[in-house]
Design a protein around this ligand. Structure first.
Ligand code: ATP
Ligand code: MG
Length: 552
């Protein structure tokens, strides 16, 4: 039985940025697999590269995983928190394992420069050239390794390499570097270390020490797998594998295709560049493919999980369309979002035969797909706002909304017939006038005559002003990196954010941060996480109502 009968996986982010949709995919695979088999998934901060890591990133990674609906579990790490580990907590052990490799003649110190090292390593077709230090005796290697750790050498002056096979067709097997010198303080351990383990050495050790059974990673690590197994085999020789229920736990690496999205860049380096250059408002800008950006945009954890489920786990590299993610978001919000009326591009309508002092309440369902969501009362009066696009002075064929001489239903209220419009100096429609059919309260004609168009509205006397941010995709180019990573900013969509002042029905004044709504006939919106305030709401457009996209 594998690892004592319990499936243990891990999600190993490096705390050097915020999680993005690609990480969300890995989170779903790692935590999802543990769930499926009733096992455990650890959260391990892979903080072996000290240069760019920070607590801010670490905290937000935790928050985002929880928000996605997952919780790490398992034996507690150093901090005492169940299932939570820092790779840096294992540095002493890694160092000891490296010393043991040196003692056994399985690793040696090498002082080739980076360029020499590459040249000696060679190409897959021909054997490489051994380093002049390859056969140094273990005692001398141990002395140099200790001096490396003691800070005697500069970055790059020496490194520790595994002694494996300089003729292997797999380049990663040609005496890979295990430790390098970096005189950089670690974000937690400060200047305790000036040598740091390489990923290929650290990762299998971390997995083994934690008792991970299945180490899932992206396909580019497939060629590293023999090295992963080599490290595990050496740990077995050294008696460093842990046991569970009496069985040795021998971790296995398995690979799956990474998630790629069109019209998106996902490398943390490029996302950070956009943040630093203020192309976006931060890591959580609603246009960012980050988990926090998607949250602020109004995407839901369920929709993101559904998206990851639909694209599936595969060994074949492919690109996914962000329209599929949007489709998943729409599917969920259609079921769950509260309906409200909002007018994003307002023009005033005056009902000339309605008493200016009279206000009535219109009862509307909060969610027609969910009776349990109840109803709300929306005030209606003589002056209302409608969307400019719902009026045409000279209606086109099949335009059944508001136009002079034409009847239209004001949603839930009554039937209205436009008589005329007033224009401003520029020729734009400034005000629309008309009358209501006093026998149509509720929206239907007493004589049963049909009215084709129904439009939404907001009462001028009680409607609330709101800032509404209309987001669109951040890049206009399917592959923003098609000219390499230097030029990707030239493919930014200049219209990815448009801010408008809207009028919304009174109930929206008190919208809570991250509350989801469907603005009727307009789209899905969310109250902004940071900027929306009681009485002064701010909404972000999550997505429009419809899209031609149909998933396969
Ligand atoms: P980046 O290249 O953006 O910096 P990374 O892979 O270096 O990303 P890590 O923090 O090391 O970032 O990633 C944590 C985990 O998430 C790893 O197991 C990695 O394989 C996985 N991961 C990262 N990007 C993707 C992706 N696009 N699709 C699926 N999994 C991913
Ligand atoms: Mg990485």
């Amino acid at each position: 039985m594998v690892g004592g009968g319990v499936v243990v996986t891990r999600f190993p982010p490096e705390p050097n940025g915020y999680l993005h949709i690609g990480h969300a995919k890995a989170v779903c695979v790692d935590f999802g697999m543990a769930q499926l088999f009733g096992g455990e998934c650890h959260l391990r901060l892979d903080d072996t590269n000290p240069t760019k890591e920070s607590d801010e990133y670490a905290e937000n990674i935790k928050r985002d995983i929880n928000w996605l609906g997952f919780q790490w579990s398992g034996r507690p790490g150093e901090s005492g928190e169940p299932g939570f580990y820092n790779a840096s907590d294992m540095f002493d052990k890694m160092y000891a394992i490296a010393e043991e490799l040196i003692s056994r003649g399985q690793a040696y110190c090498c002082n080739l420069t980076q360029e020499e090292w590459k040249a000696y390593r060679g190409v897959p077709e021909r054997p490489g050239t051994p380093s002049p230090s390859r056969d140094t005796d273990p005692d001398r290697n141990m002395q140099i390794f200790h001096e490396m750790r003691a800070g005697k050498y500069a970055d790059g002056e020496w490194c520790l390499r595994a002694k494996i096979d300089m003729a292997s067709p797999n380049i990663h097997f040609r005496d890979p570097v295990l430790y390098r010198i970096r005189h950089v303080p670690h974000y937690h351990l400060k200047d305790r270390w000036c040598v740091y383990p390489m990923y290929d050495f650290a990762h299998p050790i971390e997995d083994a020490l934690e008792g991970v059974t299945h180490s899932m990673c992206t396909l580019e690590f497939e060629v590293h797998r023999p090295l992963y197994d080599w490290v595990i085999a050496r740990m077995a020789e050294q008696g460093e594998l842990v046991t569970r229920n009496g069985a040795l736990v021998r971790p296995q690496q398995r690979e799956f295709a990474r998630l790629n999205l069109t019209y998106t860049v996902m490398s943390k380096r490029l996302l950070l560049q956009m943040v630093n250059e203020k192309v976006v408002a931060g890591w959580d800008d609603p246009r960012m493919p980050t988990v926090c950006g998607m949250r602020r945009r109004g995407y839901t954890p369920g929709a993101i999980r559904e998206f990851c489920e639909r694209i599936g786990v595969s060994k074949v590299e492919s690109e996914s369309d962000p329209a599929l993610l949007e489709w998943c978001v729409r599917e969920e919000l259609n079921r769950t979002a509260t309906r409200r009326m909002a007018v994003l591009d307002p023009v005033k309508v005056v009902i000339d035969n309605w008493d200016a002092a009279e206000s009535r309440l219109v009862e509307l369902p909060n969610n027609p797909t969910d009776a349990a969501a109840g109803v709300r009362q929306v005030p209606f009066g003589r002056e209302i706002w409608i969307d400019r696009a719902d009026f045409m002075e000279v209606p086109e064929k099949k335009f059944f909304r508001m136009a002079p001489g034409q009847e239209v239903r004001l949603r839930g209220a009554c039937i209205f017939k436009c008589t005329r419009c007033v224009k401003d100096a520029s020729g734009a429609v400034a005000e629309i006038h008309g009358t209501w059919d006093e026998a149509s309260w509720g929206g239907n004609a007493a004589d049963g005559r049909k009215v084709k168009g129904t439009i939404h509205w907001v009462d001028c006397a009680t409607g609330v002003k709101a800032e509404v941010r209309l987001y669109d995709r951040l890049f206009t180019e399917k592959d923003p990196l098609k000219d390499g990573s230097d030029g990707f900013l030239k493919y930014l969509n200049p219209d990815s954010l448009r801010t408008v002042t809207a009028y919304v029905e009174p109930a929206l004044a008190e919208a809570k941060a991250l509350e989801h709504f469907q603005f009727e006939r307009t789209g899905y919106f969310v109250a902004d996480e940071h900027d929306s305030k009681p009485g002064a709401p701010v909404f972000n457009r999550t997505c429009t109502l419809k899209d031609s996209y149909k998933p396969a």
